[in-house]
Write a protein that binds this ligand. Sequence first.
Ligand SMILES: Cc1cc2nc3c(=O)[nH]c(=O)nc-3n(C[C@H](O)[C@H](O)[C@H](O)COP(=O)(O)OP(=O)(O)OC[C@H]3O[C@@H](n4cnc5c(N)ncnc54)[C@H](O)[C@@H]3O)c2cc1C
Length: 475
Amino acid sequence: MIKTDQATYRQCELLGQLLPQREILPSDSQYFKVKDFYWSAQQAAVSPQCFVQPGSAEDVSTIIKVAERAECPFAVKSGGHAAFAGASNIQDGITIDLQLLNEITVSEDRTTTRIGPGNRWVDVYSRLDAKNLMVVGGRVAEIGVGGLMLGGGISFFSARRGWALDGVRNYEVVVASGEILDVNLESYPDLYWALRGGGNNFGVVTRFDLETFPQPGMWGGMAYHSMDHNVTLNDAFFNFADAAHEDPDAQAYLAFCWLKDYESYVIMSEVTYARAVEYPEVLKPFTDVPAMSTTVRLRNMTDLALEMNATNPNGMRQVWMTGTFRMDREMLQACVDIFVEELQPVKYLNGIVPAAIVQLIGKDTIANFGRNGGNCLGIEPGEGPLVNLNLAFLWVDAADDEVVERVIRRVLERCEAKGRELGVWHRYIYQNYAGKHQDVFAGYGEENLRRLREISKKYDPEQVFQRLQPGYYKL
Ligand SMILES: Cc1cc2nc3c(=O)[nH]c(=O)nc-3n(C[C@H](O)[C@H](O)[C@H](O)COP(=O)(O)OP(=O)(O)OC[C@H]3O[C@@H](n4cnc5c(N)ncnc54)[C@H](O)[C@@H]3O)c2cc1C
């Protein structure tokens, strides 16, 4: 039986004795500072009985053992960028805040970097840029390493190297028994496969050892275009599926946004090239489109990630949802049209910024999903090129939650219906962009889900991470 609030509070006190200085109670002045340190207002509104900030894998092991023996509900937080309440925080439970696990160590041969889940990507990039090295990670400075790595990790380097999870050589992970395992293709191939997309279901990862590669410089940035260029940019994106195959250093995506203050829609194109080459030919179909403003220039990854951070403020109400379809010109346009048609009820809400973003999951990226024994996402090489549709709305007032949720759901439902009508809808649901109600693991395919459940029972026979850690997507 899961413990009541009082019993959980006693476990918080016990953790305070076992791990002095590591636990933060509501009576501590630090509590509200830590609680506010979530990206969305919904997550920051959740109040755990205590936060615990482990300083080592051994500390994490102690916490998991205490939670397991006392049947205490808990949540795990890395960068706190998952949008919905309870994803990485837990009302009246214990929230394990990993921010002190912030190691960044490049191996002597410069081919691997050990990265703690307490880091934000900007910490990683600034360290690696100084050495002209890079790893595959997130694109926005303040996102946490942990959540991004365990769900996927779309990056500027994905065509050449896959998603971030494809670049993990080894995980240090605390499993349900409290054991600390080094998980790689040789040691625990089944758990290694499961961690590459399995989210928070298999343990608490206390270190990711990531493939590291030379990266002397890059080029790119964002440009804002008027909606008059909608068809041209959609065509550019459609053709980019083949062009990117020819030149996998290129990356491009489009974001369609409503700007209330300007009473207009804009299209943001984000283009990058993973080498220090200005205006590469492959990206000309985007860069030749007239822009109201552009930031493209030669730069490094840290600079790009910081720029992207500025458009993603903390402390707002947020809801994200997602779907996947096979690249199709008509479907791309339908997504834009549906987004525009359905927005009317929310267009003038306080602080509203709704966006529909399309990103390529190209053939080369999918080919990389097969590296090192493959990941568990369930996308096969013949299925690409695919497009990820990410619906992301932010606003200010809690009173508007219901209407915003209704509208974003309606946009997704209509896009899915259109995708099915055109025969291009794909079952995959990207965990890191999904809405709370979306059945992420069903999207991995029946066989993968069956295998994930089997592996979960093997390493977590009491199903600690399913029962006691209820937040986020369960198997
Ligand atoms: C502004 C913004 C930009 C983004 N950009 C990108 C992008 O470029 N590419 C991309 O692919 N995605 C992107 N995302 C999505 C992002 O990958 C997810 O939101 C991700 O969950 C964030 O990770 P986090 O550690 O900050 O989140 P958290 O909320 O801390 O964690 C998310 C989930 O992972 C679990 N978790 C975290 N760390 C661990 C761990 N060490 N062990 C076990 N479980 C853990 C948590 O329990 C939680 O359930 C972006 C999101 C935002 C808000």
